[in-house]
Design a binder for this molecule. Structure first.
Ligand code: FEO
Length: 402
């Protein structure tokens, strides 16, 4: 689908309304779009970002509606993941020669995505400009939004910034502009889900990115997923930026948050959980609530774990392993945001108790910090076991207090 955004600027990407899962792990109820933009100055033509490989035929057709691909002089890659760069190798066969502008990290990724060593790569510097003739592209690296290679590209003459994933959403309507969307409430839902999955682990970088944007003069943001964001009546650009700022702001609490997650076949792991929580509260005054994993919404527990100052996790052992609900909880760990987060592991078992060391190994491999030894108890905890559990809780409480 081709849409003129402003004079000399076209959206030429592809819509994927049928997609229901993105990158294996993200549910995408409303599909997505792979947005790409052609910018034609009086002298030169640039393509901003590309497209998913599966949509290449449609993408090429869209480009041809504006110009022959051979007329593309520059390809700007704000971010190199296959949903944006996957079609590049095929596109380059049509374009012939074009200089590729990207960041240092982006240059490495694009080589590995295209498996080409003959690319005409230009690594951009902060603030560097590229004159297309009446349209100037200005490059603003924005690392970890959400990969190391990410950057924004500003187009000051048209008050536009191209941000790729930043402020994007897996959302697909045939109406390109935010003010024309038929189902804005659905879009807002998708926008939040996208932020949580893609940018939630990078909150401090999000705030830095918003500050970088604030230093630019723009009234339109062209992302690479979802609608064009605008200012003015029914425009959602300011709303979107404010949402990112609010969601990324550091949370301030009066008390530390140290949840105790567990599940328990016969109540024995629960007994340990109760005493661990007691120990945590005793030394830290932390909010140390108990959560039987199978009784709560898993997404909410994952969120709680990721927001916590530290946590305890308890698992029985069945067939030499921790149990599925515990693994499901741990599959939602934000491994970037939880680095060095203190945790303890505990659990009752019948035969051999591999569940506790298995969970500890998993969390340690995610660079989290285990406090004390994993507490394994055979069947019903004795008074001594319960005292050990309370002591382990105290150690965790001390660790979160620093
Ligand atoms: Fe839309 Fe990070 O790729």
């Amino acid at each position: 689908m081709v849409t003129e955004i402003k004079q000399g600027i076209w959206s030429v990407g592809a819509l994927n309304p049928a997609m229901r899962v993105f990158d294996i792990v993200m549910c995408t109820e409303y599909g997505t779009s792979y947005n790409s933009y052609l910018v034609r100055g009086s002298r030169k033509t640039a393509l901003i970002d590309a497209c998913h490989r599966s949509f290449f035929p449609q993408y090429l057709e869209n480009i041809r509606k504006i110009c022959p691909p051979e007329e593309i002089d520059y390809i700007v890659l704000n971010h190199n993941e296959p949903d944006h760069t996957g079609a590049l190798a095929a596109l380059l066969e049509e374009v012939g020669s074009a200089a590729i502008y990207t960041t240092q990290a982006g240059a490495l990724y694009v080589r590995n995505i295209t498996n080409r060593t003959d690319l005409d790569l230009h690594v951009v510097k902060e603030g560097e400009e590229l004159d297309l003739g009446g349209k100037t592209l200005r490059f603003v690296p924005a690392p970890f939004l959400h990969w190391p290679d990410s950057m924004f590209t500003a187009l000051p003459e048209d008050k536009i910034v191209f941000t790729c994933d930043f402020l994007g959403a897996h959302y697909c309507e045939p109406y390109v502009f935010d003010h024309a969307m038929a189902y804005p409430a659905k879009y807002k839902e998708a926008f939040r889900g996208y932020y949580d999955a893609i940018f939630g682990p990078f909150k401090k970088y999000v705030l830095a990115g918003l500050d970088k944007l604030s230093g630019l003069d723009f009234d339109m943001v062209l992302t690479s997923h979802g609608p064009v964001l605008t200012r003015g009546e029914k425009g959602m650009l300011d709303w979107a930026m404010e949402q990112y700022r609010q969601w990324s702001a550091p949370t301030s609490r009066d008390r530390k948050l140290v949840p105790v997650f567990y599940t328990s076949a016969y109540g024995n792991t629960r007994l340990l959980a109760q005493r661990i929580a007691q120990g945590i509260r005793e030394v830290s005054g932390a909010e140390a609530e108990l959560y039987d994993i199978i009784d709560h919404d898993l997404c909410k527990l994952c969120q709680l774990l990721n927001e916590s100052d530290g946590f305890a996790v308890g698992t029985p052992t069945i067939n030499r392993d921790a149990v599925l609900p515990v693994w499901q909880l741990l599959s939602g760990v934000d491994a970037i945001g939880c680095q060095k987060k203190p945790f303890v592991v505990f659990g009752s078992y019948g035969w051999s108790g591999e569940g506790v060391p298995g969970v500890a190994a998993r969390l340690t491999s995610l660079r989290m910090k285990q406090v004390g030894e994993g507490l394994k108890v055979t069947f019903v905890p004795t008074q001594e076991d319960l005292d050990k559990a309370e002591e382990l809780g105290r150690q965790l409480g001390q660790a979160v207090m620093g």
